[in-house]
Design a protein around this ligand. Structure first.
Ligand code: PGA
Length: 252
């Protein structure tokens, strides 16, 4: 049985005040929700505050990116070890917004994956097709390429406890969710790909869905056999909505 993961991606949102309030609301609202890993990823400057407020609780804190370098002359970057030192445990990597805006490549994301694992962070590797790629029938080829580049660079042992987030680009922030069947088809293909490298990895790796997930649709998505939780943007900024998704993960 894979333990579900529900992770909030706060993107470029929050402030000192709002971050503190949201963390406090999540920590108190999480009481009694067992059987799911719950995490949120604020912006880097709010990481120390978030870690401090969540210290000693079951709420995990993560980051939305890391450098592929540990330290040195890399202006503007943040090392995975630096985030881990504050208490971060998770790193979202290769989000489509970063691939689109910052030109992140599959190989570059793989290098960040290795850096994150080296610092003890659990990477969440984002994969997903654009609408044009889906319409062209290329969905499985695209996500397989994105995953394979990482697996080839890390090897099975290096992939470790890595999580995959399937996030169709056309579903992110659009209110247009993939149907449970559409998502399941891709999740099953990704799991098959992992299993082709290593049976235990295929069985054990968590594959979460992201793209306009909310309390109202989380249950039907996570009821699918290969959907092990969610990576949630907009709905993660509302404690009640986010915790509804966490409850749905437990029930699924
Ligand atoms: P969304 O974002 O839930 O707002 O669609 C998901 C994501 O980008 O991770």
């Amino acid at each position: 049985m894979r333990r579900p993961l529900v992770c909030g991606n706060w993107k470029l949102n929050g402030s000192i005040g709002k971050t503190g309030q949201l963390i406090d609301a999540l920590v108190s609202g999480m009481t009694g929700i067992d059987g799911v890993d719950i995490a949120v990823c604020p912006v880097f400057v709010h990481l120390p505050l978030a870690c401090e407020r969540a210290a000693g609780t079951a709420l995990h804190i993560g980051v939305q990116d890391v450098s592929d370098q540990a330290q040195g002359a890399f202006t503007g970057e943040v090392g995975a070890g630096m985030a881990a030192e504050f208490g971060a445990r998770i790193a979202i990597l290769g989000h489509s917004e970063r691939r689109a805006r910052h030109g992140e490549t599959d190989a570059g994301v793989a290098a960040k994956f290795i850096a994150a694992r080296g610092a003890g962070l659990t990477p969440i590797l984002c994969v997903g097709e654009t609408l044009a790629e889906r319409d062209a029938g290329d969905t499985l080829a695209v996500v397989t390429r994105q995953l394979d580049t990482v697996l080839e660079m890390t090897g099975v042992a290096g992939f470790g406890d890595g999580v995959i987030a399937y996030e169709p680009v056309w579903a992110i922030g659009t209110g247009r969710t993939a149907t449970p069947e559409q998502a399941q088809e891709v999740h099953a293909a990704l799991r098959g790909r992992l299993a082709a490298h290593d049976a235990a990895l295929g069985e054990g790796a968590r594959i979460v869905y992201g793209g306009s997930m909310k309390g109202a649709n989380a249950g039907e998505l996570m009821a699918m056999p290969d959907i092990d939780g969610g990576l949630i943007g907009g709905a993660s900024l509302d404690a009640d909505e986010f915790l509804a998704i966490a409850r749905a993960a437990v029930a699924a």
